[in-house]
Design a protein around this ligand. Sequence first.
Ligand code: FES
Length: 133
Amino acid sequence: STTLAYPKANVGKSAGMAVNEAIGFSYPDESSPCYVIRMGAPVPGGVGPNADIVAYSSMCTHMGCPVAYDAGSRTFKCGCHFSIFDPENHGQMVCGQATEDLPRIKLEYDTQTDLVHAVGVDGLIYGRQSNIL
Ligand code: FES
């Protein structure tokens, strides 16, 4: 089989990301919606000047419904069957019908430009046999 390379995609500047606010983008292609969030304090795997920026697929791993970010509880919530995922702990499923954590978008931070780039995916995006189509 062929292993295709992940694209490198500009997600935006760290300075332009408001704390605890989910910003939508697509990665690794237009049919894969994701969120990037600057959590406001360092988190495992976080990038950026404060090691607090993380990104995830926003398609629930249960049946693919869109998850929504709830700033109050600092979790992603799926309205279809109420799965909850924790962006501050690798997208771990906290409770619900899903059996997999939210796929994590691997990020890189460029200190020269303040740009955050998506460079890969950990975990399988819902409905796919391969993240790169
Ligand atoms: Fe999200 Fe079922 S699709 S919990």
